[in-house]
Design a protein around this ligand. Structure first.
Ligand SMILES: [Ca+2]
Ligand SMILES: [Ca+2]
Length: 284
């Protein structure tokens, strides 16, 4: 699936133009915070629904970058996961390799960690991630266990979590600026060292959009929708908040990093106040 069809335009389209929200306005229905939030979440993840629908017809296993579209409004450290989907026991998978490519003028690779999927079938895995300037190559091998029968992976799950840091700001407000997080060099190996056929991967995309201070949903104005979104993430905090390595609050993603206007790794009344201060501002 190419990102040209699901680029910034379609992301914006959730908020501008003749979308569902606009139709509701025409019907003089007050959009509740719930509707705004669900539209926002569809905006962020609608692409992933489309991608899944396309892949549902394929029976081959395939790799997927999750989330499909990561959108930031400042330079942040963020994680993406690489999932293996639709593997079957009959595939007899014992090893996976893939390369994730990115634009090194926009992103810096920070680290990679094994996901839980393969370990759930065989705790004896060997995980290696080799970073390079603009790509990282990951390999995972399920080591033989002495106690047959060998349990082969089945279903879908995360192979790896890869952490990036945004390092480059766009030249101006509301100018889309980003790169693909594309999967290449995929190899799935079975226990006879044969390669397992796989479907087209679902690549990811990273985008940073600078906005008016407080425009949480990227619609070029600061209004009640932005406050409603921040209210949804109210009380949420990011990773490393409690102590180094601590997990983020369950409601941190996807809105928390965007609603954390003062960039202190949590959403609280300070952020809401800053949004309220800019209430009514529009761009340009
Ligand atoms: Ca807004
Ligand atoms: Ca904050």
């Amino acid at each position: 699936m190419e990102y040209s069809s699901i680029n910034h335009k379609s992301f914006d389209g959730q908020y501008n133009g003749s979308n569902k929200l606009e139709e509701r306005r025409k019907l003089k229905m007050k959009p509740s915070a719930k509707i705004v939030l669900s539209l926002f979440i569809i905006g962020l993840f609608g692409t992933s629904l489309t991608a899944k629908t396309i892949n549902a017809v394929s029976t081959d296993p395939y790799l997927e970058v999750k989330p499909n579209n990561y959108v930031a409004n400042k330079l942040v450290t963020f994680d993406i996961e690489v999932w293996l989907n639709d593997i079957t026991e009959e595939d007899r998978l014992i090893a996976v390799e893939f390369t994730l490519t990115f634009d090194d003028t926009l992103l810096q690779f920070m680290g990679a960690a094994e996901g839980p999927f393969l370990k759930g079938f065989n705790p004896n895995t060997y995980f290696v991630a080799v970073p390079n300037t603009d790509h990282v190559t990951v390999g995972i091998l399920m080591l033989p266990i002495n106690d047959p029968p060998y349990v082969f992976p089945e279903g879908s799950g995360s192979l790896a979590t890869i952490t990036f840091q945004g390092i480059s700001l766009p030249p101006e407000l509301y100018t889309p600026y980003g790169c693909d997080l594309a999967l290449e060099g995929i190899i799935l190996v079975d226990d006879s060292t044969n390669e397992i056929p796989y479907g087209s991967p679902v690549n990811g995309h990273y985008e940073i959009i600078l906005t008016l201070l407080g425009d949480v949903n990227f619609d070029s104005k600061v209004d009640i929708k932005d406050i409603a979104l921040a209210a949804w993430a109210f009380g949420a905090y990011g990773p490393d908040y409690a102590y180094p390595g601590s997990p983020p609050h369950p409601r941190w993603q996807p809105v928390g990093p965007l609603a954390d206007v003062n960039d202190d790794n949590k959403v609280d009344i300070r952020d809401i106040t800053m949004i309220a201060k800019n209430f009514g501002k529009t761009y340009p």
